[in-house]
Design a protein around this ligand. Structure first.
Ligand code: G3H
Ligand code: ZN
Length: 299
């Protein structure tokens, strides 16, 4: 099986991005795997500290390893938004392929020193592990928010990106480029879209010279996604869109089977619905036509 680094390098050459999808239960994990198997592309599964606490860090690593071996799908595992060295070490020891060392809430100098410390410690445990660092404020919570804060206007500058990468030794940088975590109600309803600053992504890529991750992908304009990939984005994180599909389809499935108590009869439509969202995003990120872009069949 190829390494995550090899796949990122090849994706960059091909002008495509790797989809990263957060999971917090087995239904979501199986849905991500099924979509990647169907589209025949590599995929990155992510679990934040909260998601890992619920699933079990070592248990999730064991599940992904076994799914990878059995299916042959290049599925990789990322310890998303990790705010302490202890939790990052725990994930790398459990066999995670990458870690987001997220000290972005701290002042810049402290973010630099904590991220640098994490890079050194994690690579001592596994020299092949990919470490991502973050700068800028893109909010927290892959949930439905009532309002957007002002902080999203403060984009990462090429100068601080370059300084951060040089000082920390990270493999991947997550900048603030108009993205935000979570979705507004209007985005869930499809009435509004997140818009990205494509020019700034290009400038950051040039200055930083490392792989770039776009966090907060849910609800982003499709054309902006494609332009962001062309400008240098290598990994795209999607979480809220999956959670919305999970909840809506679960409610529907329960409503259709008011007396059902068997989980494996209630949950398959939920898996299908999440899989559809993941498949459509994977197609977009890898340049394949999505359903909305397909030419209408001649009648
Ligand atoms: O790390 C997770 C993501 O950045 C997901 O953000 O919930 O807006 O898709 P999202
Ligand atoms: Zn994120």
């Amino acid at each position: 099986m190829e390494t995550l680094r090899t796949i990122l390098t090849r994706s960059e050459t091909q002008g495509v991005a790797l989809g990263h999808f957060n999971v917090s239960d087995l239904v979501l994990l199986k849905a991500v795997l099924a979509a990647a198997a169907e589209i025949e592309v590599p995929v990155l599964v992510g679990a934040s500290e909260g998601e890992r606490d619920f699933l079990g860090t070592r248990q999730l690593a064991a599940l992904v390893k076994s799914l990878r071996e059995e299916s042959g799908v290049p599925i990789f595992l990322n310890a998303d938004h990790t705010h302490s060295l202890t939790k990052a070490v725990e994930a790398v020891k459990a066999g995670f392929d990458s870690v987001v060392a997220d000290f972005s809430a701290l002042p810049f100098a402290e973010n630099v020193s904590r991220t640098k410390e994490a890079v050194e410690a994690l690579k001592t445990i596994n020299p092949c592990v990919i470490v991502e660092g973050e700068i800028g404020d893109i909010g927290t919570g892959s949930e439905i928010h009532d309002t957007v804060g002002n902080q999203f206007r403060n984009l990462t500058t090429p100068e601080e990106a370059q300084q951060f990468v040089t000082a920390t030794g990270i493999d991947v940088l997550a900048p603030a480029v108009g993205n935000m975590h979570g979705m507004l109600k209007s985005m869930v309803q499809g009435k509004a879209k997140k818009r990205l600053n494509i020019e700034r992504i290009g400038e950051i890529k040039k200055a930083a010279g490392v792989f770039l991750t776009l966090h907060g992908g849910s609800g982003t304009d499709d054309a902006d996604f494609r332009s962001a990939i062309a400008a240098g984005i290598n990994i795209i994180h999607i979480n809220t869109e999956l959670r919305v599909a999970w909840r809506q389809s679960l409610e529907e499935s329960l409503k259709r089977r008011p007396n059902e108590v068997v989980p494996y009869k209630v949950l398959p439509p939920v898996l299908d619905s999440v899989k559809e969202v993941v498949a459509s995003r994977l197609k977009l990120f890898t340049g394949q036509p999505t359903r909305t872009e397909m030419p209408l069949a001649a009648s």
